[in-house]
Design a protein around this ligand. Sequence first.
Ligand code: PNS
Length: 166
Amino acid sequence: MKTAVCPGSFDPVTLGHIDVIERASRIFDRTVVIVLQNRGKKCSFTPEERVTMLGKTTAWLPNVSVVHSDRLLAETCAGMGGVVVVKGLRAVSDFEHEFQMALMNKKLNPELDTLFLTAGERFQYISSSVIKELCSYGGDVSELLPPEIHDEVVERLRREARCRMT
Ligand code: PNS
């Protein structure tokens, strides 16, 4: 059975992430979404909240499951057997960082390969960080977020922005 792993911080999950997860789920028998820590980012949602949001937004994909790990991606994958990491690539600017991560993960776990899917055209400019920024200014993010989590994400991010200003 061929298994894909879609890693990320998913803070929050975007329509761009869902596009990559859905496409991985069509290519592989099983897809496991792993919520990991990105220590370079300050998260707005707890790991449990991010797992719950991913569960809601991928419930329609029967071969997709969601887990959380506090460990390195390479270590987490080593415990899962022969898996392939699948990541979306938006623009050339993503490439350098993702290339470095893929090589580091391969060094840490030589069995681990990374496969890149080109992000869909309409998702090229979407990122969790852009959504957080736009939302904090009261902007409309309804075309960027999955509808199942839109309201709760907007409410949290606006509240967070208000707290920062007081
Ligand atoms: O969605 P992101 O924030 O771009 O995802 C990055 C993520 C979480 C996949 C990356 O930071 C990660 O793999 N974190 C776990 C720790 C790790 O394995 N780091 C890479 C080797 S140093």
